[in-house]
Design a protein around this ligand. Sequence first.
Ligand code: D5M
Ligand code: FE
Ligand code: ZN
Length: 540
Amino acid sequence: MAGNMKAAVEMVLNSGFQLSPDAFEYLASKRDPDRLVETALKSIKGAGSAPLVLDRSYFEAIETAPKTGDTRACGRMSTPESGPDAEPRTSAFARGPMRGAAGSQALTNDLAAPRSEKRTAVPTGSALLEADGVRLISGLERITIKGKASDFRDYFRDRLKSLSTILRSRADVGGATTASQVPDGLKWHKVKFIGMVNSKKEFRDGTVVVELEDEDGLVKVTFRGDDAIKKKAARLLVDEVVCVLGATRNGSSVIAEDVIWPDIPYRSRTPPASSDHAYAVLTSDVHIGSKTFLRDNFERFLGWLRGEADEPRLNEIASRTKYLVIAGDLVDGVGIYPNQEEELEVADLYDQYKIAAEYLSTLPDRIKIIIIPGNHDACRPTLPTPPIYSDYAAPLYSMRNVLMLGDPSFVNLGGATFLLTHGRSLDDVIPFLPDCNFREPQRAMVELLKSRHIAPIYGEKTPLAPEPKDRLVIDPVPDIFHAGHVHVEGIAEYRGVLVVNSGTWQSQTKYQLSAGIVPKPSIVPVVDLVTMKTYELNFS
Ligand code: D5M
Ligand code: FE
Ligand code: ZN
């Protein structure tokens, strides 16, 4: 692919948009596709609506628009219907970059990566933190997407490979074949195979039919009969990787008897040698800049961390706090959703980060602050997400006790391995997971651990970057899995892993009111890193 085509595709994907196959072909036939894309992205920025999939006609119209005129109104922007059945699914391995997230996320593209971001290495402060018990495992990668039509095929191939390896490490998956190796034409032949869920259909009588695939083919799996197997079928998410046990019926069709998820092994953690109790304070979704930011509560929280509480026991915990982890949405951002400006108290993104840094600067230097991006932050909208742009968040980058990481990040703090992610995919998985809801996001987080993936479903609200290695696979198994995004605080324990959703500092927004989302703000989970005992401190 010509260099400028590569740049063009990269620009589109990094801005969170997708190209339809015909747009891809059209751009590839042009001498300067990168300039065409640049113009298109600018026009989207000014358009106030949010397309996701850019098709050929869009670029054609941009190109034929009068050069001096406003190109905003030109071109057709196609937004795909959301939902797994909105369009016929093709094999994941044949998917181009046309399937993708719909809706609100695309608006975040109003924010272009600042130019300086491309030239300068991002300072992170990591060197300063090593002496403080901070060991980074991953989270600072900046992977350049090749920009080829085959990127998604390679991405899903890696997802299947990584999750198959995890599955095969289980004793009960031993000897499993892959989906395409299921024998054709043999009747009532016992089979056990691994595949990625390509599609799932539920029928009125309760029967569920799932297609499981690998690169070389797919097999149709029918779930019917007792409640136990139907329950397993109900839990299957599209695009996750599982092992199915069953019997062949005819052709390449199988009746399922059991499903095995990659899952995490039971673990008992050896506490760090130190008996010196160090605490990590977990928070997220501060939304500085929003009119609904609960400033008084947040200031009370910071006051507690500075040791200003009345209760000696609370001051004791504060004095032993070594880490403050912020799992995204530190600020409310700008241009994240339509008419957001009406709900902003601080309309300038630079000012929002300046205020954030002023707040965090009031904390003692001994508290190391780890920050990852959320969908409201100044960052690339696709997952994995590199750290917040250093241009916008410069005041944070200049703080010696702040470590800016990407989403997801694996980082060891005081002997405990944290998996940090903002948790955007919770919006995608919660509606599909039985027994999960937005009032207890920690339950869905446990399901993500079972799937061993941070964003199993592709094509809903969470846009994924087709990096050659699927960094959203949960590996290694963390001691603490920390996310936010849902604005509801909740804690669970699953097979020795502490699962925390850290809530918010924002009261109910207009959107949340209309959608019936009730936030649980100003509650802060605090973890004793030696015993893993947790406390929930309420600052409302
Ligand atoms: O998201 C906070 C929560 O509210 C999260 O569960 C998504 C939901 N939310 C907020 N705004 C929207 C819109 N416009 N569409 C769908 N869902 C939404 P946060 O990332 O803080 O905005
Ligand atoms: Fe949020
Ligand atoms: Zn969020």
